[in-house]
Design a protein around this ligand. Structure first.
Ligand code: ATP
Ligand code: MG
Length: 450
């Protein structure tokens, strides 16, 4: 790198011929780095390299999608990897991020693509051991371990890979930001450089990111804005099921999830996820309800569990929801109290969406109410029944979206009784199932009590 004698703040872009410990413009500490030649203010005046293009003259076929063949992975990305995109994958320690991306690397390499895999956490030998375990013997995967951003850039220029994998972004440091290594500013700087490298060289980049205790990607929220897609890899430590969820995707539906099974031999796509999600349920136990939740474009049968028990905290009972919005739970409890005269204020309420799933749809309201009432009254839910509908504040049941798709999946899994919003309970297609029309939350109580 040629020294320019110019300094630049990596937070706000302030430029100066003088170094400051604290940026005079944004007041951030230790954020001044020396500019590379060609990046100074003077360069701004020169002829631009990139010219504006007419949108009509851009050939969309240049941006292709590459189908890896790992079905659930392709699904989460909206039908394959969009070339030249940058994808951030976050996940808890040990969930299987490196395994996933090594397997994806092998599939890409089998399609003749060159992959450069940077690991700042494991030695090449450790990665080789993992590859042996996963039976990966690809010729086209190059490993580069524990180096700096500047070294990585020069390897990319020489090797010209099609795909670059950064495992993990927190372990990639730059010589320029060595003095603030590990800081948010440094992380943002390294990420921006990697994104620019990918976009300029036409490389598709996967970035692995650590997550915090709260389950958020470690580092500034801006990282999520900078990349094209943000995926979260999740799993319960006791089970071998892993979920890959698209939190953001510029090229596919949000909230799409992929389901995998982890074994010694690696990850395999689960073909019938609904089956896996409801297989361990205590069939028809009080406090449960089955709801076909939309994840992206696919409905997955999900078990909702509620526990309503007498509260030791008189006047201040607990309301705790896992995988469901706490405020929405409180709202539904209030509707039940007011409309059905059930004194929930004396009870603690716990709600859990099993299998680590998250439900954000109002269409699940009625199923949540059903689980709550069934637990409160200690009544088994009706065998093989599905409950769906949005609950309004006056207790009325409102129509839901994707009804046909949800019904189809429920019938496929052997469910035969469907509680539906009154407005959606009439259809000539419902001949194989028994439909219960629910107009108001009171109808739900009658249905459960029967
Ligand atoms: N011999 C094995 N048999 C079965 N499963 C294994 C075996 N070795 C590793 N695993 C699985 O792989 C997981 C670790 O995978 P991996 O190293 O890819 O995770 P990671 O998310 O990259 O972790 P880190 O945050 O430490 O980088 C383990 O939690 C375990 O589920
Ligand atoms: Mg790892």
């Amino acid at each position: 790198m040629k020294s320019t004698g110019q300094f630049e703040c990596i937070e706000c872009g302030f430029q100066s011929p003088k170094y400051y410990g604290r940026c005079p413009q944004c007041q951030a500490w230790n954020t001044m780095v020396e500019s590379e030649s060609g990046e100074t203010a003077a360069a701004d005046e020169s002829t631009p390299v990139n010219l504006p293009q007419k949108i009509s003259e851009i050939d969309p076929r240049e941006i292709g999608r590459l189908v890896t063949g790992m079905d659930e992975f392709d699904r989460v990305l909206g039908g394959g990897i969009v070339s030249h995109s940058v994808i951030l994958i976050g996940g808890e320690p040990g969930v299987g991020k490196s395994t996933l991306l090594l397997e994806v690397s092998a599939l890409l390499s089998a399609k003749g693509k060159k992959v450069l895999y940077y690991s700042g956490e494991e030695s090449a030998l450790q990665i080789k051991l993992r590859a042996e375990r996963l039976a990966i013997h690809s010729d086209n995967i190059y490993l580069f371990t524990i180096g700096t951003l500047e070294d990585l850039k020069s390897h990319v220029r020489e090797l010209k890979p099609d795909f670059l994998i950064i495992d993990s972004i927190q372990t990639l440091t730059s010589k320029k930001t060595a003095h603030i290594s590990g800081s948010v500013s440094s992380l943002r700087y390294v990420t921006a450089e990697i994104i620019e490298l990918g976009k300029k060289s036409g490389i598709t980049v996967f970035i692995i990111g650590h997550i915090t205790k709260e389950g958020q990607l470690a580092g500034p929220k801006t990282l999520e804005h900078m990349v094209d897609a943000v995926l979260y890899f999740q799993g319960e430590t006791q089970t071998d099921i892993r979920l890959l969820r698209a939190e953001k995707n510029r090229f596919g539906p949000m909230n799409e999830i992929g389901i995998f099974q982890m074994s010694e031999k690696g990850l395999t796509s689960v073909n019938d996820p609904s089956q896996i999600l409801i297989q361990n349920r205590q069939s028809h136990a009080p406090g449960t309800a089955i709801f076909p939740a939309m994840n992206g474009l696919r409905p997955l049968l999900t078990e909702i569990q509620a526990l309503v028990s007498e509260s030791p905290f008189a006047g201040n009972p607990r309301r705790i929801a896992i995988g469901f919005d706490n405020y929405r739970l409180s709202m539904l409890i209030s509707i039940i109290e007011k409309k059905l005269k059930l004194p929930f204020y004396k009870s603690d309420v716990f709600l859990n969406i099993t299998g680590g799933m998250v439900i954000r749809e109002p269409a699940a309201d009625l199923a949540v109410c059903s689980a709550l009432i069934s637990s409160y009254k200690n009544i088994n839910p009706r065998p093989n029944s599905i409950v769906m509908g949005e609950v309004g504040l006056t207790g009325e049941i409102r129509p839901i979206s994707f009804l046909e798709t949800r019904l189809k999946e429920s019938i496929r899994q052997g469910f035969s009784t469907m509680c539906l919003p009154a407005g959606q309970s009439q259809s000539p297609n419902y001949h194989d199932i028994s439909v219960v029309s629910i107009e108001n939350i009171r109808d739900l109580l009658d249905f459960i009590k029967k």
